[in-house]
Design a protein around this ligand. Structure first.
Ligand code: PLP
Length: 427
């Protein structure tokens, strides 16, 4: 019997490359047919065949309130009546800009864009314009959107030139990108002492969520801050994923480090295409029309997207919001770890705020290399077994997972019961 999901995927592959509009959606790493969603409510989504799932992807991060939160839907419906776009300033943009500056103290000025990729791409350009330098440092396993300069893998030997990790990216573009190891202080100090004065910017996911989930060692972010200050380089925290996901003050609030620039996306758009970058006034003043670094966008600060973002940011300010989110997420990760332990399965998990990592290995990884040691085959088996049970985890063992405020104790308990059924028959 062919399911509607399968039929839709077959047809999609005819008209859309790979049948998807973003590669990870294609289930390539776990195998099988991607699930076509048609509806979401709270912690649940429904597929084309009417099967329901508890969703731990949340559109890859934005849906911190769950699907179709009434306040967000209401805000969008109210706004939509007044027109979809103006290409001129609106008061709502000012409102969200003021709020972002208030909630994230390192942000003195902010500009709205339409995607995380646009935010990081412009932050890099801005850092280069501001410093008059070219070199960028990034870390292996961190993803910053698909800007050419950031689609880089480590060259042979970490201190050599980066090479493109995608066809179509000229080596000249990635030549000035250096790729280092996340959490490796020695390497970092070495490159700065050699070439610190050439470094325009260091861009980092303060908590890495695009190589599964890797937290920074206690000395890593402080060292980044210190070296960037010493050598006059711009420190960019890419908080597109962690922003308002790990806490109200973002990852920089959790670790108490002030970057020079921050990129935001996902949660701040509440499920609509909206992102932002901001930081020190002195740097932001280099942007057109006041400065000489060009950046623009026809739909930037789109009023409908802004209204969804504002409604979301209002809700997350509810007292106790992050405490509850943190405890729900821990209930999930502690529960899974406990069950795996009972059945002697090499598995562990950890979380921060509403973000978590699952690892099929003995202990928590702290680098890209250690994440690569996770047992992908076991993850894929677990993924498909949970999918069958109506639990939707990210279709790759190299992605973080997300819990929303709609994930009640009952929802988490159901998830753990399904995991117990799977792990109890694991061999
Ligand atoms: C998702 C993500 C991006 C890219 O955002 P898009 O809106 O998909 O372009 C950039 N950086 C990080 C850390 C992300 O998680």
């Amino acid at each position: 019997m062919t399911s509607l999901n399968q039929k839709l995927f077959q047809r999609s592959q005819e008209f859309i490359p790979g049948g998807v509009n973003s590669p990870v959606r294609a289930f390539k790493s776990v195998g099988g047919t991607p699930v076509f969603f048609k509806q979401g409510k709270g912690a649940y989504v429904w597929d084309a065949d009417n099967k329901s799932y508890i969703d731990y992807v949340g559109s890859w991060g934005p849906l911190i309130l769950g699907h179709a939160h009434p306040e967000v839907i209401k805000a969008v419906q109210n706004k939509i009546k007044d027109g979809l776009t103006f290409g001129a300033p609106t008061e709502a943009e000012l409102e969200i800009a003021e709020l972002l500056c208030k909630l994230v103290p390192s942000i003195e000025q902010v500009r709205l864009v339409s995607s995380g990729t646009e935010a990081t791409m412009t932050a890099i350009r801005l850092a280069r314009g501001y410093t008059g330098r070219n070199r960028i440092i990034k870390f292996e396993g961190c993803y910053h959107g698909h800007d050419d300069a950031l689609l880089v893998k480590a060259g042979s030997g970490a201190l050599t030139l980066g090479c493109p990790s995608s066809a179509g990216v000229p080596a000249e573009v990635t030549n000035s990108t250096t790729v280092l190891n996340f959490n490796d202080l020695e390497e970092l100090e070495q490159i700065f002492s050699k070439a610190g004065r050439e470094v325009a910017a260091v861009i980092v996911e303060p908590v890495a969520g695009n190589m599964n989930f890797v937290t920074p060692n206690p000395k890593f972010l402080p060292a980044l801050r210190e070296l960037c200050t010493k050598y006059g380089s711009v420190l960019i925290f890419d908080e597109v994923m962690t922003g308002f996901r790990v806490g109200l003050g973002c990852a920089q609030g959790v670790y108490n480090i002030k970057p020079d620039l921050t990129t935001l996306g996902k949660v701040i758009g509440g499920g609509m295409p909206m992102a932002a970058f901001g930081g020190k006034r002195e740097i932001m003043q280099c942007l057109a029309p006041v400065g000489s670094v060009y950046q623009a966008g026809t739909l930037s600060g789109n009023p409908i997207a802004v209204s969804a973002g504002l409604a979301t940011l209002q809700m997350v300010q509810t007292p106790g919001f992050y405490e509850k989110l943190t405890s729900s997420t821990q209930q999930l990760t502690n529960g899974l770890t406990g069950i795996a332990k009972k059945y002697e399965i090499p598995f562990c998990a950890q979380s921060l705020g509403g973000m978590f990592g699952l690892y099929f290995r003995g202990d928590i990884p702290s680098s890209y290399a250690e994440v690569m040691e996770c047992d992908v085959e076991s993850f894929n088996r677990f993924f498909h077994a949970m999918l069958e049970e109506g639990i939707y985890f990210a279709p790759s063992s190299f992605e973080a997972g997300f819990v929303s405020s709609a994930h009640s104790d009952m929802v988490i308990r159901k998830t753990l019961q399904a995991a117990e059924r799977i792990f109890s028959t694991w061999e």
